[in-house]
Design a protein around this ligand. Structure first.
Ligand SMILES: [Zn+2]
Length: 366
């Protein structure tokens, strides 16, 4: 009798653990993915924002890791090679936009998401043709071929595209165009999505399923003057994309942290970081309610070799700091993850882990 009771108990335990395991597997595959990329954001850039802002949204993450960022041909990466690693899971040469070392197209997270009927979006504070956003939707052998990148973006299936770079979508004869041909990519985009060009258009935007918003001819203004803010754009993108029943992928870039690093401008690094952190908060707010969303925050590389030497927490002030260069550095970048599947990003890894893991989640996703 005792033995039978014990066996029954053991069968019960096995069934219970079996059920827990099956549940855990189900929960580990996120339905929605939000990937935040702070361009040029190293640990010092985050620390500087934390000294000035106090609590950051980035503080809300429990899973933290570090990523190596070298490209195929250089210890110090550029945004194109690093963006390709994040978007496809493969190393390539500096300057490559989601093409391999022998210039063959590498399938991106956005394209895998489209295979699963997920909605896709890109939100940036630079031109949408810049290296980081381009690596998610274009396959071009040089990051400088902006006109061609704009054509790839236009032909892509992206549902939400918010940033700057209107000049690469206008025909050559139109004022402000930077194209060298008469292709009217705005007219092409308008065939399949709402196209808006101002902050007012953005505030007036009704209920849409897809939108392309250009808020600057080339690069939008710096964070303090930029409207709409990155967090407003992120919230709107999530509102639109989350209507899709199959889920969504969204990439949000704090693009100008890098520009401030190249200029060794500490004040701009801090304001760009705070703007970026506000956007991260919008992503986390959604994910905490939704429960089926993984949110990742990482960087493509650090810029400026920025270091903080002295300051006061109480006064929210940095009094001494330094930059070692005006370029990118080889230092590892942090990665933060929240939600189903986030444990894959704990510890030290390489930046290709991001593309590989997210693509795996999309392939597992029903
Ligand atoms: Zn840069």
């Amino acid at each position: 009798m005792k033995i039978r009771t014990m066996m029954n108990y053991m069968i019960f335990v096995i069934l219970l653990f079996g059920a827990v395991h099956a549940d855990a597997t189900e929960i580990a595959t996120p339905k929605n993915i939000i990937l935040f990329i702070g361009d040029g954001m190293g640990v010092s850039q985050i620390t500087a924002a934390k000294i000035v802002k106090g609590n950051l949204n980035i503080d809300r993450f429990k899973v933290v890791g570090l990523l190596t960022t070298h490209s195929h041909n250089d210890l110090v990466t550029d945004s194109a090679a690093a963006g390709t690693a994040l978007a496809t899971g493969y190393k390539t040469y500096n300057g490559a936009i989601s093409v391999s070392q022998d210039k063959k197209p590498l399938k991106t997270i956005v394209e895998y998401a489209e295979d699963r009927q997920k909605a896709t979006g890109i939100v940036v504070s630079c031109s949408v043709t810049d290296a980081t956003p381009a690596t998610f939707v274009a396959h071009v052998d040089s990051r400088k071929k902006y006109s061609l990148i704009a054509e790839h973006i236009t032909k892509s299936g992206i549902d939400v595209l918010l940033g700057g770079g209107l000049c690469y979508f206008l025909p050559k004869s139109t004022d402000g165009s930077k194209r060298d041909d008469e292709k009217d990519l705005i007219a092409e985009l308008e065939k399949r999505m709402k196209v808006i060009r101002s902050e007012k258009d953005f505030q007036d935007l009704g209920d849409v399923d897809s939108v392309a918003g250009f808020f600057a001819t080339k690069h939008p203004a710096r964070a303090n003057e930029r409207k709409p803010s990155l967090s407003e754009l992120t919230r709107k993108a999530i509102d639109i994309l989350s209507k899709n029943k199959s889920g969504f992928f969204l990439m949000v870039e704090g693009s100008q942290i890098d520009l401030a690093g190249h200029k060794n401008n500490q004040d701009d690094i801090i304001s760009e970081m705070i703007d970026f952190d506000d956007a991260v908060g919008a992503g986390l707010d959604f994910a905490e309610k939704n429960q089926q969303t993984i949110v990742i925050v990482t960087a493509d590389h650090e810029t400026g070799g920025f270091a903080i030497h002295n300051g006061y927490i109480k006064d929210k002030k940095i009094t001494e700091s330094a930059f070692t260069c005006k370029n990118h550095t080889a230092v590892m970048v942090p990665i933060f993850a929240h939600g189903p599947g986030s444990s894959a990003f704990a510890g030290i890894g390489d930046n290709t882990v991001v593309g590989k893991a997210l693509i795996q989640y999309l392939q597992e996703s029903m």
